[in-house]
Design a protein around this ligand. Sequence first.
Ligand code: HEM
Length: 256
Amino acid sequence: MKNLLESIGNRSRWPARLDVTQSLTGLALGLFMWVHLILVSSILLGKDAMFYVTGFFELKFLHGWQHGYPVLVSIIGIIVFAIFIVHAGIALRKFPISWKQHRIYRHQMAMMKHSDTNLWYWQAVTGFIMFFLASVHLYIMISQPDSIGPYGSANRFVTGNFWPLYLILLISVELHGTIGMYRLAVKWGPFDGKDPRKTRKRLKRIKTTLTTAFLIIGIITFAVYVKIGLEQRDNPEERYTPTGQTSAVHQGGDVG
Ligand code: HEM
C-alpha cells in the first residue's frame, strides 16, 4: 500500500503544475501591481491627471468625460481577485502549518544565515497580511468603483479611515512583489547567462533598488491622498470636477 501511494505521488504531475501556476499568477500580479502603482500615483501630477487616468478605464472619453462605465473597473477587479485567490490558495501549501514547524523554520533561518531563506520568510509573512488587507481593498474597488477619483479616493483614506490599512498594505505589497519577482528570476533563470552566481547578486541589487523606489513613490502618494482627504474632511460628499468643466454635470463619483 505504501509503495502504491509513493508511486502515485512520484508520478503525479500536480506538484509541477501547481508550481508553474503559482509562478504565472505571481508574475501577473507583480506586473499588475507595478502598473497599479503608476496609475494610483498619477495624483502626484495633480487631481486632473488622476481624474483622467481613472476616467479612461471607465471609457469616459466616449461621453466627453461627463460619465462612463464604472462596471468595467468592477470587472477588472473581479479578474484580479480571482488570480489573487488562486495564487494565495496555492501558496498555502508551503506555509508552516503548526507552531512547531514555524519554530523549526526560524531556528534553521538563524543557523543558516542564508539571505534567500530569510527572503522566503518575509514573503510568507507579507503574503499572510495581504490575504486579509488586499481582500478588503479589492472588495471595495469591485463594489464601489464609482467612488474612485481624486476626492472619492482621498476621502476613503481620511474620512473612511482606510489610511492604516493602506499603509500596512503598501509596505507588505512592495516587499512581497519585489521579493517575488526576484525569486521568480532566480527560480526559472531567464537572466542566468554564463555566471548565474553573478547574475543573482545583480538581481538582488535590482530588487533592493526597486523595493526602495516603490516604497518612496507609494509613501509620497499616500501623503498626497491624506492631504487632499484632510482638506476635504468637511465636505466628504463633494466630487471632483476637472479644470474647464462645470460641476453641474457631475453626479455620483468623481469619475462616475
Ligand atoms: C483591479 C484591482 C484594483 C483597483 C481598481 C485598485 C485601485 C486603487 C485605487 C483607486 C487606489 C487609491 C485609493 C482608493 O481609491 O481607495 C488604490 C490604492 C492602493 N491599492 Fe489598489 N487597486 C486594485 C488592486 C490592488 C491590489 C491587488 C493591491 C495589493 C495587493 C492593492 C494595493 C493598494 C495600496 C497599497 C494602495 C495605497 C497606495 C498608496 O498609498 O500609495 N490594490 N488602489
